[in-house]
Design a binder for this molecule. Structure first.
Ligand code: PXL
Length: 284
């Protein structure tokens, strides 16, 4: 057995393909601490370096695309294999084919590929996300063992008109089925408003019916909660949890983070103070 593979039997190794935003709690600044707390070794692949996330009125943005192939080729040279590969915010349509190549290089038949198709929220695209990026994102969704779009992203990917509320379970299941037809094995549609609840539709591999997980809304929508959700879900799946169990853990954790952030008066744009609650995820 290769040395690296032996290491994987004692601790899961996850490549986290996200941007590094210095301020605002999203992407790598969420994935690294969350996956570490859950007992995994998280290896960052930075897609871009930003001063802060793009929901602030201004930000600096340095694309890392030209460096990505060389960076990950070094990992191939070291014989690294990964139990999980998670993807999040990507810089450009062009970067997606590079990321698809990286997944192809780093994945084995046992690797869990988790694609968060970060495109927008509240019915709107994020400022750096273009129509072409949305189109290309479908390729990555097709490579996913699990994809977890929010409702806005599920609409953009499936060509469904967006609405803030009033989703029926059938409409949500239909969107999840369409995403599965694109090639994703399992789908979780996150952040669906249902009155005083937030629901998540979980369509697991091979299942014809979605499970719905509902949590009471405890506060306002905040940036970065999708990244907290995807990191907790990835960490839990790699700890052997079922997809529905992992989605329940992630939804409950996000709910608690929102409540805690409101209680502490954290400004909305600063995301959620997940740091205070990481202990809930900790694994010895
Ligand atoms: O949380 C999604 C996200 C990730 N990365 C960057 C973002 C956003 C959402 O605004 O701007 C840079």
């Amino acid at each position: 057995m290769k040395r690296d593979n032996m290491e994987n039997t004692v601790q899961k190794k996850i490549a986290a393909i996200h941007d590094l935003s210095g301020y605002g709690r999203c992407s790598l600044t969420v994935a690294l601490p969350v996956l570490s707390a859950m007992g995994h070794q998280c290896c960052p692949v930075p897609t871009a370096i930003l001063s802060n996330h793009t929901e602030f009125p201004s930000f600096t943005f340095d694309d890392f695309t030209p460096k990505l192939a060389g960076y990950t080729d070094e990992w191939v040279g070291l014989g690294l294999t990964f139990d999980g590969i998670v993807t999040g915010f990507l810089s450009s349509a062009e970067q997606i084919s590079v990321v698809a190549g990286i997944i192809g290089k780093l994945k084995t038949e046992k690797t869990e590929v988790i694609v968060d198709p970060v495109l927008g929220d509240g019915g709107k695209l994020y400022p750096t996300c273009t129509e072409e990026l949305c189109e290309e994102m479908k390729t990555l969704v097709g490579m996913a063992d699990i994809t977890l779009p929010n409702v806005t992203e599920a609409c953009l990917l499936t060509g469904t008109p967006y609405k803030e509320r009033g989703w029926t379970r059938k409409e949500l299941t239909d969107m999840a089925v369409k995403l599965r037809l694109m090639g994703a094995k399992s789908v979780v549609v996150t952040g669906v408003r249902e009155g005083v609840f937030i629901a998540n539709a979980v369509l697991a591999r091979g299942s014809s019916e979605a499970a719905f997980i509902r949590m009471k809304r405890t506060g306002q929508t905040r940036p970065g909660t999708g990244d907290v959700f995807s990191s907790v879900l990835a960490g839990a799946v790699l700890n052997g949890e079922t997809l529905t169990g992992a989605a329940r853990l992630a939804a409950g954790f996000v709910r608690d983070c929102i409540a805690c952030s409101d209680e502490l008066g954290i400004p909305l744009l600063n995301g959620v103070c997940f740091e205070r609650l990481l202990w809930k995820l900790a694994r010895r």
